[in-house]
Design a protein around this ligand. Structure first.
Ligand code: SAM
Length: 341
């Protein structure tokens, strides 16, 4: 179901939720599969979805068009690992054509394992910035956290992306006892390479073998420690995501903190997530979802639109993540790789 639309229509029926927040950012998961098995993200033996349940590349493009027609201006492709999806560059090229024609920006979050092969095509399609997840710069530790990832391949992929002119933000999930001792060296490496860095608190999503209570590292404490050693100047910049940014004066670099647990950042929420099977989740921290796939596959022209309106009514004010020993179960049962990070 491809949609015809005029530029004025983009403004005509914006997606507004029940709290007056304008939704302009879509995180679209293109696959639940990944070639890594990061300990905080996935179980070691993940059951991946049968292929027939996953939206085709054409369906993903049609869905994106429907969102753009309702005022979505930024799309981030994610997963699972988006760059392992066969044919992904066709979708990237399709969406890239919408930049300046409804879309302001197309970005990708990746683990970097396939970046060397894909970087120049991503840049050619109009991708200007990507997020790459790197939780450690120590090869052995990186292999341990990702359960088998090869750091050298990832770093080479990052170099390729940079050669292609893509700006890079490194995502590092801060894990107590696992990589907390590397936060400063990661800051220095990012500063020397010219990458932004974002630290992320581990979120209670899906069952994993590790105990997240043991691994949870509150970033307000990390910030205090860093402030005793560096001047962190709060910055006004927002990149459409939930990070709060600081300039690290001594390094001339930027660091972002994503603190879903120590600081609720929901007031300014501008996004929704769609899984690779076409389920729209209005909040990472809630189970409410609406199936868009049926409308996409079988519905008439207005059906998808009506579901997006319904989604807006269901978007909650805030997530309520909590990590403590009383609540041993994760806040939501699905893994980040399912919803799309
Ligand atoms: N495969 C891609 C990657 O590695 O970036 C994209 C998907 S991944 C699910 C997106 C981001 O979510 C990564 O930065 C990952 O570290 C983060 N992530 C996954 N599970 C998480 C969790 N439970 N808490 C916090 N961040 C998580």
């Amino acid at each position: 179901m491809m949609m015809e639309h005029s530029p004025t229509e983009f403004q005509a029926r914006p997606l507004l939720d029940g709290f007056g927040r304008r939704i302009s950012y879509l995180r679209l998961s293109v696959t639940d599969r990944c070639d890594f098995r990061c300990r905080y993200c996935m179980a070691e033996q993940m059951q991946f979805l049968p292929k027939r349940e996953i939206l085709t590349l054409e369906e993903l493009a049609a869905l994106s068009d429907a969102f753009i027609a309702r005022g979505i201006r930024k799309i981030r492709l994610t997963g699972g690992e988006p760059l392992v999806r066969k044919g992904i560059l066709t979708l990237v090229e399709n969406l890239g054509r919408r930049i300046g024609d409804g879309l302001d920006e197309l970005t990708v979050t990746t683990n970097g394992s396939r970046l060397r092969e894909r970087a120049s095509a991503l840049a050619g399609a109009g991708v200007r910035r990507i997020n790459v997840s790197v939780d450690s710069l120590q090869p052995e530790r990186f292999g341990f956290i990702t359960r088998g990832g090869d750091l050298a391949t990832v770093l080479d992929g990052i170099a390729a992306a940079r050669e292609a002119g893509i700006a890079i933000k490194i995502n590092m999930v801060a894990l107590k006892g696992l990589n907390e001792d590397e936060i400063e060296s990661m800051m220095h490496w990012c500063a020397s390479e010219g990458h932004d860095l974002t630290l992320i608190e581990t979120m209670p999503l899906g069952e994993v073998e590790d105990d997240r209570t043991d691994r949870y590292l509150p970033l307000d404490g990390v910030r205090r420690t860093l402030e005793s050693r560096y001047r962190l100047t709060p910055l006004d910049v927002r990149t459409g995501g939930p990070a709060r940014y600081f300039r690290v004066e001594e390094l001339g670099s930027r660091i972002g903190l994503i603190t879903p647990l120590t600081n609720n950042f929901c007031d300014g929420c501008n996004r929704v997530r769609v899984t690779a099977t076409g389920q729209i989740y209005m909040c990472l921290g809630h189970e409410d979802r609406i199936d868009l796939r049926k409308a996409l596959r079988e519905g008439g022209p207005g059906d998808l639109d009506a579901l997006l309106d319904q989604a807006m009514r269901l978007k909650p004010r805030a997530h309520d993540f909590r990590i403590d020993r009383r609540g041993a179960a994760p806040a939501v049962s699905r893994h980040m790789s399912v919803t799309g990070g």
